[in-house]
Design a binder for this molecule. Structure first.
Ligand SMILES: NC(=O)c1ccc[n+]([C@@H]2O[C@H](COP(=O)([O-])OP(=O)(O)OC[C@H]3O[C@@H](n4cnc5c(N)ncnc54)[C@H](OP(=O)(O)O)[C@@H]3O)[C@@H](O)[C@H]2O)c1
Length: 351
């Protein structure tokens, strides 16, 4: 039956983020899952036999019966979501792009390639144009690191209005951010691990590219200084971040809260299916936001912020919470694809 939907594939479909793609795309108004791919050891198996399904929505028989393919550029769908482990994502994604596929990736490998856009649709949709510099038939587009997304969405409206010169951030990151099955239970129950490999560097560098300025041949990074400390905590989903900022222009608490509350961007204007109505929810209760209560606001696509107050060292401090596998991974990546479809990037590629 022709549903008029665009066929898409998921690379790394069995992992933590891959499953979230399957869940979010199962009933998507524009896209339909056509290809699921994972490592060679699972290829040929039915998806339901290979996956240890940990999502709260039941896996349908239709999707569960799809046979897993190898991550080789012979898939039917030309639009692919990548949830591949970083140890293999780099080469596989490059091969697909050379063969004419559009790969929208969650892996870190290509995020700093100068011709590869690193996109948060509400923050830097104009950077997608960078793909014209990729000398391949297809293209690679990247989604930032999960904790970068929450932080950068919170900074964007303030940066635009008052300028930010310094950021200090301390994270409390969920276990699901480490992939499936993640840390051994004896390492994380009743514990905090004050180290996540590579995470601090990602948080200190990715926002600079995302908040940078697009020019014809590339991006000029923002010159904001960011210092990050990242911790793994015993929470299943939802990254919490304590942030301090120093501004270029003086302002007050009410003005900052207004900036967040009024913030809307292109995905909201275009009414994209996965766009939250308000990308930022400001909560005035003294003990909010909390991962258990707020990670699923607006389908997990909105960022919750609270506890804005003056800071005796920087200018202001606050707390940000975002769902790491939805806004920070699969949901954010699907929103990029929706934006690209709405802007005509997939015209002529599909079906
Ligand atoms: N978890 C998060 O919150 C989060 C957020 C943002 C970004 N990310 C990034 O998203 C990517 C996926 O993360 P995850 O947490 O979902 O990891 P994960 O649970 O470990 O899943 C990794 C996936 O990669 C596949 N894979 C492994 N080796 C492969 C190979 N040689 N060839 C083809 N496929 C292979 C696995 O398939 P098999 O099951 O067949 O081995 C699995 O589907 C990573 O790059 C991660 O850094 C994760």
């Amino acid at each position: 039956m022709n549903t008029g939907k665009i066929p898409v594939g998921i690379l790394g479909a069995t992992g933590s983020v891959g499953q979230k793609f399957v869940e979010l795309l199962s009933d998507h108004p524009w896209f339909k899952i056509s290809d699921l791919a994972a490592s060679e050891r699972n290829s040929g198996k039915k998806y339901k036999e290979a996956v240890n399904w940990i999502q709260s929505t039941p896996l349908s028989d239709k999707i569960g019966s799809i046979k897993l393919k190898k991550c080789e550029p012979e898939l039917d769908s030309k639009i692919l979501f990548s949830a591949l482990d970083a140890s293999v994502a780099g080469e596989i994604e490059t091969e697909f792009a050379k063969r004419g596929y559009f790969v929208i990736s969650n892996a870190k490998n290509h995020r700093f390639d100068p011709e590869v856009p690193l996109i948060i649709p509400e923050v830097n949709p104009d950077h997608i144009t960078l793909i014209k510099n990729q000398r391949t038939k297809g293209a690679i587009i990247t989604n930032p690191n999960c904790s970068t997304i929450g932080l950068t969405l919170a900074l964007k409206p303030i940066q635009d209005k008052f300028g930010i010169n310094k950021v200090n951030v301390v994270t409390m990151q969920a276990i699901s951010g480490a992939g499936y099955p993640g840390l051994p239970s004896m390492d994380i129950i009743e514990n905090v691990v004050p180290y996540i490999s590579g995470e601090e560097t990602k948080m200190e560098t990715e926002p600079l590219k995302i908040l940078g300025t697009y020019y014809e041949n590339g991006i000029v990074n923002s010159d904001m200084k960011i210092s990050a400390q990242c911790n793994r905590v015993p929470v299943i989903d939802g990254h919490t971040e304590c942030v301090q900022i120093a501004l270029d222009k003086k302002t007050g608490l009410d003005e900052i809260i207004r900036c967040w509350k009024e913030f809307k961007a292109l995905p909201q204007e275009l009414n994209l299916p996965s766009a939250p109505m308000n990308p930022i929810l400001y909560l005035s209760e003294a003990n909010y936001p909390q991962p258990k209560i707020h990670r699923n606001v607006d389908g997990g696509m909105a960022v919750s912020i609270g506890r804005l107050r003056e800071c005796s060292i920087f200018d202001f401090k606050f707390v940000v919470l975002s769902h790491n596998t939805i806004r920070g991974a699969a949901g954010g990546t699907i929103l990029i694809a929706e934006l690209m479809k709405a802007q005509g990037y997939f015209d002529g590629v599909i079906c």
